[in-house]
Design a protein around this ligand. Structure first.
Ligand SMILES: [Zn+2]
Length: 81
């Protein structure tokens, strides 16, 4: 695991797992997931001539990326916003 260099500066007290109190948490790269899903969907849609399906997949990925949890505890696997 490599440290992210663009981490936001946040008070340590706010970066504790709500479930186990661990400070070993990380921010989920939601935008990264979305870009990967969107790229795959667009690629599949383009190659398979299913652009409408690809559009819906991208839209669903965008919604999912917005509602998915933001923080993930590396100790117990708990996630929260
Ligand atoms: Zn935890």
């Amino acid at each position: 695991m490599s440290e992210e260099e663009d981490q936001e500066l946040v008070e340590p007290e706010e970066l504790l797992c709500k479930a186990c109190g661990s400070a070993e948490i990380q921010r989920r790269p939601r935008l990264g997931y979305f870009l990967v899903i969107a790229a795959v969907a667009i690629g599949v849609g383009f190659l398979g001539d299913h652009t409408e399906t690809a559009f819906f997949i991208v839209a669903a990925a965008a919604i999912f990326s917005m509602i998915s949890d933001r923080w993930l505890c590396t100790e117990c696997g708990s996630s929260w916003k």
